[in-house]
Design a protein around this ligand. Sequence first.
Ligand SMILES: O=C(O)[C@@H](O)C(=O)CO
Ligand SMILES: [Mg+2]
Length: 264
Amino acid sequence: MIRLAANLSMLFPEHDFLARFSAAAAAGFRGVEYLFPYAYEAGELRAALDDNGLSQVLFNLPPGDWNAGERGLTSLPGREAEFRDSLVEALRYAEVLDCPRVHAMAGLLPEDADADTRAAHLATYVENLRFAAGELAKVGRTLLIEPINGRDMPGFFLNRQDHAREILARVGADNLRVQFDLYHCQIVEGDLIRNLEAQFPHLGHVQIAGVPERHEPDRGEVHYPALLERLEALGYDGWVGCEYRPAGDTRAGLGWAAAYGLTP
Ligand SMILES: O=C(O)[C@@H](O)C(=O)CO
Ligand SMILES: [Mg+2]
C-alpha cells in the first residue's frame, strides 16, 4: 500500500509552519517531509511530530545561501568544508527527529560552465557524497540525491535519472539512493513508467505533483493512478511525498488521496 507523506513546505500554506503538522495529521497523514528544519529548534519540531502522531520521513541538508540563489553545496568545488559542516547540522536534526533519510541537493553549475568546470563539479559531487554516505552509514541513515528540472532550477547540476544512476555507481555506497520526483522527471524526460522501473532498485524516496503547474496530482498531464499502481506492483514500500502547491484549500484538494487510504 502506498504511504503518502505531506510535504509541509508546500501543503497547508493556509497555516503557519508549526500548525501544518496538526493540519496534516487531521487530514490523515502519518508522515511528513519538508525542505529545511533549521529555522526551528529540533526539540520544537520533535514535539510537533509527537503531539500529532507523525513520523519525519525526509528533510534536506542546509543548501548554502538559499536567499542568494544557492541550491545545495554538494557539487560546489571549494565549498567542501561548508558541506561537511552542513552534514553535521543535518545529522543533529536527523537524530532528534528520528529521520531515516536526508537529501543532499547538488547545487548549481555556473551558466558558462565548460567541460573542465563540469568535471570539477562531478568530482566534488562524488567525493562529498561518498564522505556523507559514510557518515550516515555509521548512524544507519540513507542519503538521497534528486534529479531536478532546469526550468524550476536553472543550472541545477543533476537533472536526469540515468545521471543519478551513474553517480550512484561512481560513489558505490549502499545507503546512497535516489529521490525520484515524478514531477521533475516528467518535465525533463517523460517516459515515467519505464524510468520508474529502471530506477526501482535505487529508490529511496518518491515525490509527486501535477505537471506543469505543480498543483494536485489529479490535475495536469500525468496520470498518477497508473504510476502509483506500477510502483506498488514493483513492491515499493517507502513513502510517497505529496510535494505540490495546492490550487486552493489543501484539505479540499485531497480527494484524490482517498484511493491511497488517506482519510481524515
Ligand atoms: O523537488 C524539490 O523541489 C524538492 O524535493 C527539493 O528537495 C529541492 O527543492
Ligand atoms: Mg522533490
